[in-house]
Design a protein around this ligand. Sequence first.
Ligand code: SF4
Length: 343
Amino acid sequence: MSTPILEVNDLKKHFPIHGGFFGGRTGYVYAVDGVSFSIAKGETLSLVGESGCGKSTVGKAILRLFPITGGSVNLDGTRIDDMPSGTLRPMRRRMQVVFQDPFSSLNPRMRVRDILAEPIRNFGLAKDAADIEKRVGDLMDRVRLPRDAVGRWPHEFSGGQRQRICIARALAADPDLIICDEAVSALDVSVKAQIVNLLQDLQKELGLAMLFISHDLAIVEHMTHRVAVMYLGKIVEVAPKRQLFAAPKHPYTEALLSAVPVPEPGAQRERIILTGDVPSPINPPKGCRFHTRCPYAFDRCSKEEPELRPTEEGHFAACHLHDRPASENPLAGARGAAVIAHH
Ligand code: SF4
């Protein structure tokens, strides 16, 4: 097997909390607490979970927007989390990001031409001015925007068009990996679908690897190869998309999926309503972090933390249910993600 483009091993990011009379450290927010995954060249992995689960922190840690607490990040076989900033520069070019808010992520005082030319110039990717102009035009074609719009300002575009400009700017650096951090969440439903289709097309055309961070499983279903589900700073399940949507092996994934509309007419999922609030990442529950909300929790769950283990080829889940006999495991076998015929 070829080297994955991205390998994340036991990544941890604990943010210190300062307070008290002397302003000393009073604890930590365990935002990311031992996360491992890899992405192959040309693959899309979606990282999903409710807000506050740590998924965006994972993306920012990979991009080195802050130092990590533990673990390692490798890009195409080279460790980058402890690389000095000077040496990191060429690696930075190879991973680009598209953030949620296309309104604040574009400089309002720069025309589109300059926004797209900046990374080309910074990373020394063009021979001369004519080459820059050609590359800028090609990028506009790639994201399906008219070439003659390069002279316009960001405020002259709609939200969806601005997100296309953000995508073009990410592509301008000629990356191997794009991290999309809730990249379509702020957009209207119809625009969302167009941007997802564009990302999917670009991924195929350019053979890009993508880490797609989202709270929306319905969006993820259309554009990903594999899905990793996060809960309170940990990955609780990873599987190829079809396997995960057809037969989730973690109760949290099952609950998330139960809220996703089923496209087949006449079918619906049995909605699982989780009780209890999401616990605080400052003081996560002992044992399985999901046990305070899990409908299937039993004695062992509050005492022992389950490891992420294979349940079948390519499918991993962190749940003690899989040590029980199939007759006592509600997630054993293919259950069709609790999809029931509705007559
Ligand atoms: Fe639920 Fe226990 Fe599995 Fe955790 S380990 S998800 S509490 S059944």
